[in-house]
Design a protein around this ligand. Structure first.
Ligand code: NCD
Length: 322
């Protein structure tokens, strides 16, 4: 594995290895000294052309806990606002000694381009490209779900741990890179996935994804899922509008309200990648309620990203030091 661009690139064995490594990293995060020396002497650049709170900070924490140096680049306030291209920005940062780049961009394919255009030669990690993919989010979601689902069944954390789990992913699937990466990874790991959205927010290509599609949240809840993953309604990508009649109408059919959450199976968990629109796609009391694992997802994010950085960079770091 040279880059981490898409969950579609992973084999089931690689996905399980990453989850197992994330478990080991998670254990180190409960110690009093949380730092590991694995990436000492390497420099990770966070190249963020799009806004982010948790993903950028989480990558920064992950790299620092592995003892790497971190350079944070954000497009606002940089020469990108003077028209500098992705290529020149990447070449500049590579010339300053980057060993890996974590890239977020509003353009689908940006990370893939950096990895394969031949401009720079280093591991590239996709931290979200347009409405396309967000593979580390899917990894941290699978990590969170795997822990809960195996604990619920009283089995050990072995193998995928997700065979037979049923996950429903609800909301603005059309604009969600989280949904695509999750469908690919969760089904690879043996889970059954149902996408639930209004017809206007289902991507044209979704019928060929390995999952079911429903327009009816209440019916999907009656199907007794083990987890419900709510997606943010991405108003900033809804240029021109017209995806649903009114916000009230959307909430009436697709918000995870307390009444809907109460109808989920006892053990079912509520997930959301954040940022949330409370009172729109998810009620505040459900987001803060006992089923919610939303803050667990955030801490899993650091461990999952440590696992990815470790697998991409630790062997290089070892070779160079010897
Ligand atoms: C997601 C993203 O940026 O794709 N958030 C995240 O990374 N935690 C989802 C979103 O923006 O709604």
């Amino acid at each position: 594995m040279k880059h981490f661009l898409s969950t579609a690139d992973l084999t089931r064995e690689q996905a399980i290895t990453l989850l197992d490594t994330a478990e080991e990293m998670h254990a180190t995060q409960e110690r009093s000294i949380r730092k590991l020396p694995a990436l000492m002497g390497t420099t990770v650049v966070n190249l963020f052309f799009e806004n982010s709170t948790r993903t950028r900070i989480s990558f920064e924490a992950a790299a620092k806990r592995l003892s790497a140096d971190v350079i944070n680049f954000s497009a606002s306030g940089s020469s990108v606002s003077k028209g500098e291209s992705l290529k020149d920005t990447a070449l500049t940062l590579a010339a300053m000694g980057a060993d890996a780049m974590v890239v977020r961009s509003s353009s689908s394919g940006a990370a893939h381009r950096l990895a394969h255009a031949g401009w720079i030669d280093m591991p590239i990690i996709n931290a979200g490209d347009g409405a396309h993919e967000h593979p580390t989010q899917a990894l941290l979601d699978a990590f969170t779900l795997r822990r809960r689902y195996t604990a619920h069944r009283g089995v050990e954390l072995l193998g995928s741990g997700l065979d037979g789990a049923h996950v429903i992913i609800v909301g603005d699937v059309l604009h969600s890179r989280v949904a695509r990466s999750n469908v690919q990874l969760l089904t690879l790991l043996g889970a059954r996935v149902t996408l639930v959205a209004p017809p206007s927010l289902v991507p044209v290509g979704a019928p060929v994804w390995r999952c079911a599609i429903s327009f009816d949240l209440d019916a999907a809840i009656n199907d007794a899922p083990d987890a419900i993953m709510m997606l943010r309604v991405q108003r900033e990508r809804m240029i021109g509008g017209g995806f649903f009649p009114t916000e009230a109408e959307y909430s009436r059919r697709y918000e995870l309200t307390p009444a809907r959450a109460d109808r989920l199976p006892e053990h079912a968990i509520v997930m959301h990648p954040g940022p949330m629109n409370r009172g729109f796609e998810i009620a505040g009391s459900v987001a803060d309620g006992p089923r919610s694992v939303i803050t667990d997802q955030v801490s899993a994010g650091v461990s999952a990203r440590m696992a990815v950085l470790y697998h991409l960079l630790a062997s290089n770091a070892r070779e160079e030091r010897s």
